[in-house]
Design a protein around this ligand. Structure first.
Ligand code: COA
Length: 326
């Protein structure tokens, strides 16, 4: 028996924000956003809906599809950079709201958009050592945390959640190889430098029109994302001794269509082999890979038994890849 993904679920909040909607709030255009990023629209959560609510919706779908009850879960890992509270973590809120037993629940926080793929690797090793069934979620509620006046960043992001259940499987489903890496020397190129011990939030800071100060050196992030995602993909292929031709679908983190095209180019695979939905959801951070995986399964872009290669990159810098037979 291998350790694999039993089921997947995802959730996108109903409110849709198009590029045209952004033009009413900031100096931008549909042409600029489309040309530079490929993004046409994104989903935003309404007031009163918080990070754990998004996870709940995705988790409920995943549980239902695996024919499981919340009490069957033995652990919860939530990958997010937009937690509901500073403490306790979002995973604790999910444990309570879902009605899961008093099992370990923890966030994998601050890994940027690589969080879900990293969490998959953690879940696999936890099942190896402890057995059980682990809920792994990736979620972001960027619209609540981003700077709505900073056109360099605000048009890029969207809200959403995706979840997978990792367990021993009787079928051929298996997480064949995982890989993750970090380069903390690039921490000042992409991040949110407030709220921690270095820059506790003050009244003056909140009154500043540039609050919250999201840091993003776009071109450097772009270059690094392409290199790291393609390298990480090659590492898991090598680890599993699988060739790219055997992969049915590559699911890269959905940050920007040009980044995805450049990754396809670096891997020398046609774009048809690469899943793309960034046009509909924008960059949903840790949620982007599980949302894409769920959508690809529901639309039969990938079928049970086939090989899928997920590769992601985010703040830190962190990067991670996973090769999975579904
Ligand atoms: N609308 C219109 N103009 C905008 C804009 C917007 N929403 N945002 C920025 N601009 C302007 C800038 O002010 C700048 O103007 P200036 O040249 O007069 O100073 C100009 O557009 C920058 O354009 P360009 O240099 O062509 O941008 P780019 O090709 O680097 O694209 C990004 C910008 C952000 C789309 C691109 O760098 C990127 O996607 N980087 C990666 C970001 C990312 O994925 N982050 C998350 C990683 S997980």
């Amino acid at each position: 028996m291998g350790i694999g993904i039993l089921s997947v679920g995802s959730y996108l909040p109903e409110r849709i924000m198009t590029n045209a909607d952004w033009t009413k709030l900031i100096e931008t255009s549909d042409e600029w956003i489309t040309e530079r990023t490929g993004i046409k629209k994104r989903h935003f959560a309404p007031e009163g809906v918080n990070t754990s609510d998004l996870v709940m919706r995705a988790a409920e779908k995943a549980l239902q599809r695996a024919n499981l009850h919340p009490q069957d879960l033995t652990e919860i890992i939530v990958a997010t950079d937009t937690p509901e509270l500073y403490t306790p973590d979002t995973a604790a809120l999910v444990q309570h709201k879902l009605g899961v037993n008093e099992v370990p629940a923890y966030d994998l926080a601050g890994s940027g958009c690589a969080g879900f793929v990293q969490a998959l690797a953690v879940a696999k090793s936890r099942v190896e050592s402890e057995g059980g069934k682990i809920l792994v979620a990736g979620v972001e509620l960027f619209s609540r945390m981003m700077n709505w006046k900073d056109r360099n960043t605000c048009v890029l992001f969207g809200d959403g959640a995706g979840a997978a259940i990792v367990a021993e499987t009787k079928s051929q489903s298996e997480i064949l190889a995982t890989y993750a890496g970090t380069d903390g020397s690039k921490a000042d190129i992409l991040g949110l430098e407030i709220g921690g011990t270095r820059r506790p939030i003050t009244a003056e800071m909140i009154a500043d029109p540039s609050y919250p100060p999201i840091v993003m050196k776009g071109k450097e992030v772009f270059r690094e994302a392409v290199v790291r995602m393609s390298q990480a993909a090659r590492v898991v292929l090598e680890k599993a001794q699988v060739s790219l031709e055997d992969i049915s679908l590559i699911i890269p983190h959905q940050a920007n269509l040009r980044i995805i095209e450049a990754v396809a180019n670096a891997l020398e695979v046609p774009l048809e082999k690469v899943y793309v939905n960034v046009q509909d959801y924008g960059n949903t951070g840790s949620a982007s890979v599980p949302i894409a995986l769920d959508e690809a399964l529901q639309t039969e872009h990938i079928r049970p038994g086939e090989l899928v290669l997920m590769t992601a990159f985010g703040a830190g810098f962190h990067w991670a890849a996973a090769l999975v037979r579904l």
